[in-house]
Ligand binder design. Sequence first.
Ligand code: 5GP
Length: 190
Amino acid sequence: MEGEKYLFVVAGPSGVGKDSVMAKVRAAHPEIEKTVSITTRAPREGEAEGVNYYYRTEAEFQQLLDQGEILESNCFNDHHYGTLKLEVDRRIAAGKTVLLNIDVHGAANIKRLYPGSTIIFLLPPSWEELEQRLRGRGTDSDADVRNRLAIAREELQRAGEFDAWIVNRDLDQAAAELYETIARRVGQPE
Ligand code: 5GP
């Protein structure tokens, strides 16, 4: 599908700063859109329905899955997360440049479904920094943080499967590199 080249997945361990880097790029380039995923986890403070996620019950999630409306999904830290097919396809059909923020497994699935897409791995500057960021966020329980770190260890081992890598040492620099990666593939996004 021609529009696939406008699809960019930003993956990487929880706490690495995917949301912040994407938000920075989108603030400077509002023509770049992002999909909103569906999740069964509760909203964190400051998060809003339809902005950060669509928050749904397990039963609702399962129903959407059964109806074939979820493109790829993952169970992360005992909660389900999924990309709605419509969120991606309507943007590709409209020729939009679109960013997806998903986990490492999800990125590999998207690449299989849309071989023309670009999957980008966002790396922390160091393991210690990732741990500090996850703990410093203060939004997750200690058990949650430990789980997220265990998942991160596995995810980091899959970095080699990606098309591009960005180290999030400095937010401005990482955002600039993400934009350059996009512009190299599609020119100036519309
Ligand atoms: P969080 O609970 O921190 O918002 O997200 C946990 C993890 O789930 C993050 O690594 C995030 O990128 C990932 N995630 C969010 N939405 C999706 C999705 O639609 N599909 C998949 N596979 N992962 C997702």
